[in-house]
Design a protein around this ligand. Structure first.
Ligand SMILES: *Cc1c(COP(=O)(O)O)cnc(C)c1O
Length: 410
């Protein structure tokens, strides 16, 4: 089998030689001529039954060749039979919940916190008609009922980089399929399906696209589950635009190099942050004590390039003091991004729940990019060392209860 970098460059491009092109064509057709309407009907029926391909795409909500190339490439990188792409990571999460619960007559989900704030909010909102029980990774088995259709896990978790043993959670779930959100690790560092995950989910908006210019999601799984996901995608219309499919497919080619380079800088930044007087705790799988279960090497091939740290000063003041680093949500872009989870990505998670699962008010999440590591460090060090920060007594008082959030201090 080809190596990771080779697969990243060549995956999904098998048909290009026959087409006589070098770059994958972007097929923007919304409809496809079907002179033989009976044959068109058969193709439509195949898609309605969950097929990955048919004689004609018929209509762009059913199939798109550009998106299909990205799906084939991602499935190869994750080591699954197939993959199904969606218009966003949240559309992908929604489709997995629908396919694993409603389609199978189930209405209960077990989820391990912390999760991406949007996923947490979707599951607790009841919007999809499911009830959610939150459990710690080692108590999943106790939360399973005959009505449970899905277990949701994220590792490394957003935003605090908690690690969970996928195989242990899969064992606790028994016959219930486990979805692992692999957005932080990417297929470069972790392949959850190899540890028993039924669904491997990515927000392609992050590392897969990699340049902050495309929104998308994808789920890697076996052919049967992929068929159900395609059926859901057809009826809900949660499709990925072909241009998004093209950009994410192109992003895969450089994914291993980007992840390796950003990770190298993240290890160094984490080490220096841990020694910085203005910093409390630093969360990164590379640091001593961050991996008590010994998952690095066994499940996770590297610590990744996202880290989190608590500040002794008001975190929003630290962000305001930065110059180079982009103050923005999202992650996995070429530029380094920083955000305040309690105020932004995890704002809709109740603060008591946030605190209980290790997302304190003064936590900042840093997605290390591809800039020179010394430039990233200089920017961080300067923002953390500003004098007016360290004498911000108002914040010290406020942090003893719940740091008040207002639109003002975001
Ligand atoms: C961003 C993100 C999502 C949601 O993806 P969108 O593309 O923004 O819809 C889901 N899970 C994780 C871990 C994320 O970081």
């Amino acid at each position: 089998m080809a190596g990771m970098r080779t697969t990243a460059v060549h995956g999904g491009r098998e048909d290009l030689g026959a087409l006589g092109v070098h770059a994958a064509p972007i097929d923007l057709s919304t409809t496809y001529p079907i002179p033989d309407q009976a044959a068109g009907g058969e193709a439509l029926q195949s898609f309605a039954d969950g097929a990955a391909e048919a004689a004609s795409p018929v209509y762009a909500r059913l199939h798109n060749p550009t998106v299909a190339r990205f799906e084939r490439a991602l499935a190869r990188l994750e080591g699954t039979e197939q993959a199904v792409a969606f218009g966003s990571g949240m559309a992908a999460v929604t489709a997995v919940v629908q396919a694993a619960t409603v389609l199978r007559g189930k209405s209960h989900v077990v989820a391990v916190r912390p999760l991406y704030g949007g996923t947490d909010h979707l599951l607790s909102s009841g919007l999809l008609g499911v009830r959610t029980t939150y459990a710690t990774a080692d108590r999943v088995a106790d939360a399973i009922t005959p009505d449970t259709g899905l277990v949701v896990l994220e590792t490394p978790a957003n935003p605090n980089l908690d690690l969970a043993d996928i195989a242990a959670v899969v064992a606790g779930a028994g016959t219930v399929p486990v979805m692992v959100d692999n957005t932080f690790a990417t297929p470069v560092l972790q392949n959850p399906a190899a540890h028993g995950a039924a669904y491997v989910l990515h927000s392609g908006t992050k590392y897969l696209g990699g340049h902050g210019d495309v929104l998308g999601g994808v789920v890697a799984c076996d052919a049967e589950r992929a068929g159900a996901l395609r059926q859901v995608r057809i009826v809900t219309g949660a499709v990925l635009h072909p241009l998004g499919g093209y950009l994410m497919h192109r992003g895969l080619a450089t994914l291993p190099l980007r992840v390796e380079a950003a990770q190298r800088s993240a290890v160094e930044i984490a080490r220096r942050l841990a020694e910085h007087p203005a910093v409390g705790a630093v969360r990164h799988p590379s640091l001593p004590g961050a991996d008590p279960a010994g998952l690095l090497g066994r499940q996770l091939r590297g610590p990744g390039a996202v880290l989190a740290f608590t500040t002794r000063e008001n975190p929003t003041d630290v962000v305001r003091g930065l110059g180079l680093i982009t103050p923005a949500v999202s992650l996995g872009s070429v530029d380094t991004l920083i955000e305040h989870p309690a105020g932004l990505t995890h704002r809709l998670v109740p603060s008591a729940d946030r605190n209980a699962c290790g997302v304190p008010e003064n936590l900042l999440r840093l997605s290390v990019g591809l800039e020179d590591v010394e430039d990233i460090w200089e920017d961080l060090d300067k923002a953390l060392s500003r004098e007016w920060n360290s004498c911000d007594l108002d914040y010290v008082k406020a942090s003893s209860s719940d740091f008040p959030l207002s639109v003002h201090n975001l």
